[in-house]
Design a protein around this ligand. Structure first.
Ligand code: C2E
Ligand code: CA
Ligand code: CA
Length: 323
């Protein structure tokens, strides 16, 4: 609408989109039809134009519906899997932890990547169930393989901004850990900057997790509009630099990396660098003062048995600042 809707307190700028469909739907096609229509409307909104609901869009919608159904099945059947990606400590010069990453295997679709299902699950709200299932499976793993036995300090678990919005999130996480007799100090919870918008609720959740001994890490720093002052208001022990930001330094497209590392360190916040793919990156990032490195140079995210095998058989090669 060209003119705003004027209220005593606000001017509301409204847009309207409508979708028209002519034809017949079978009952089993209804869910897919809603996905299809929602996608067309979203596209129309982005393009400010009429969108014809053509075949390619319909195929995308069909895949989206299938993924969503596979995710729902995995939640219900408790078949969400966890993979572990090693974290290398540059001072200890060995693997000191791992990040827990969700995977969903579907008989028809194969292994579905998180990029595909996390966003969808965040939209539909099922992310909380996925997150809790991932956490519970992590506790079960630690029950069988205590951290001390593995020689690790902690495991990093991702918490979605949607989970952080829920005032009872920390309480439920604590309850799951307690149920499996795993102390919360075994975990570092990774949250992304977008979770910081729910400041009060997030603060309460963080306080509770930290009171029980967990640490908190800020994930994906350097994507979007990172705000240093806002970040420093929260008690992050660690900031994870997003791999695009790390890569930009090595491509020479962004020279900010050393200054950012120094800046955080001067506030006592340690740095993890993601997306470390070769020895040169590992050596340079170590010299620049990163405390933890993660990436394909060390290992891909691994199924649990492969991770245990990796810990027993692999010694990563990285030059220290002294070498
Ligand atoms: P993230 O938290 O930034 O996780 C790191 C991602 O980077 C992982 O992708 C990992 O496979 C990938 N990666 C690690 N090292 C390298 C490297 O050297 N090069 C490249 N190109 N990629 C590397 P993955 O497992 O596909 O996960 C994607 C995203 O999905 C994660 O990004 C995270 O935001 C989300 N995610 C995964 N598991 C969970 C979960 O349990 N809960 C929540 N809320 N989000 C999750
Ligand atoms: Ca993460
Ligand atoms: Ca990340």
């Amino acid at each position: 609408m060209q003119a705003p809707w004027i209220d005593t307190h606000a001017h509301l700028y409204l847009t309207a989109s409508y979708a028209m469909f002519r034809g017949h739907l079978h009952q089993e096609e209804v869910e897919q039809f809603f996905d299809y229509t929602a996608m067309a409307l979203q596209r129309a909104e982005q393009q400010h134009d009429v969108v014809i609901m053509e075949q390619s869009l319909f195929q995308q919608a069909r895949l989206k519906t299938k993924v969503r159904q596979a995710v729902d099945r995995a939640i219900e059947n408790r078949t969400v899997q966890i993979y572990l990606q090693p974290l290398y400590g540059t001072q200890e010069r060995r693997i000191i932890g791992a990040e827990v990453l969700a995977r969903i295997y579907d008989e028809k679709l194969g292994l579905i990547r998180p990029d595909f299902f996390i966003t969808a699950a965040e939209r539909s709200g099922t992310i909380t169930q996925i997150g809790e299932q991932v956490f519970e499976k992590t506790c079960l793993f630690l029950n069988e393989h205590p951290l001390q036995e593995l020689g690790l300090k902690r495991l990093n678990v991702n918490l979605s901004p949607i989970q952080c919005r829920d005032i009872h999130m920390a309480e439920r996480i604590c309850r799951i850990a307690q149920h499996h007799h795993i102390p919360l100090r075994s975990f570092c919870f990774e949250i992304t900057e977008s979770a910081l918008s729910y400041e009060a609720r997030l603060q309460q959740n963080i306080d509770m997790l930290m009171a029980q001994g967990a640490t908190i890490s800020l994930d994906d720093f350097g994507t979007g509009y990172s705000n240093l002052m806002r970040v420093l208001k929260f008690p992050f022990e660690d900031v994870k630099l997003d791999m695009t930001f790390v890569r930009a330094y090595f491509d020479h497209t962004n020279k900010l990396l050393p200054a950012i590392i120094d800046g955080f360190q001067s506030f006592g916040v340690q740095i993890t660098a993601e997306g470390v793919e070769n020895k040169q990156m590992a050596d340079t990032l170590t010299k620049l003062g990163c405390r933890i490195l993660q990436g394909f140079y060390f290992a891909n995210p691994l199924p649990l048995d492969d991770f245990l095998h990796y810990l027993k058989t692999t010694t990563p090669k990285v030059s220290s600042t002294i070498d």
